[in-house]
Every structure is written in structure tokens, then in C-alpha cells.
Design a protein. Structure first.
Length: 90
């Protein structure tokens, strides 16, 4: 498993994947951090999610992984600050 990469899939989702997605997804290790979080994972259809993974696979590099890691850190930090603000003010 990598630090950044496509999210590992449960078996029932793995079975829904088109062959073209499956072969490319299997060419890289899954990751703990995934770009689909930044793409609005709760709003993406399954097909959009797979396209997001393919985009990551096609652009995969050390620098790209650093960018994703930094964006996810900032996203998490903002989320934490908002939660802390809610606790302190409300």
C-alpha cells in the first residue's frame, strides 16, 4: 500500500468495475490518501470516481503525490479548525 493512491475497493465494488478501469487500477498500489477525497467523493458517481482514479494513475509522480498530500493536509486542518470553532462557540 502506498501513502497516496487510488482507494482500495471492497469486493462488491471491485466487481462493478469495467475492465478498462480494472486493469489500470491494478497497475498501481492502493493508497491511504486518495485524490477522490479532494474531488468531492460524496458527490461523485461511481463512474466519475473511477475517472478520478485513472486521472491520478496517468499523472502519478512524486511531485503530484506531494501536491495531493499537501491539499489533503490543508483540507483536514480547515475541517479541524471549523470543528474546534463550533465546539468553542456553540
Amino acid at each position: 500500500m502506498n501513502f497516496v493512491g487510488p482507494r482500495p475497493l471492497p469486493v462488491f465494488e471491485e466487481n462493478k468495475i469495467d475492465v478498462k478501469y480494472k486493469l489500470k487500477r491494478e497497475s498501481v498500489r492502493p493508497g491511504l490518501l486518495s485524490p477522490w477525497i479532494l474531488d468531492g467523493y460524496h458527490r461523485l458517481s461511481f463512474d466519475e470516481w473511477m475517472k478520478s482514479d485513472l486521472c491520478y494513475i496517468e499523472n502519478k509522480s512524486f511531485i503530484y503525490d506531494l501536491k495531493i498530500s499537501l491539499k489533503l493536509f490543508l483540507f483536514s486542518f480547515k475541517f479541524f479548525l471549523n470543528a474546534l470553532k463550533e465546539v468553542l462557540t456553540g
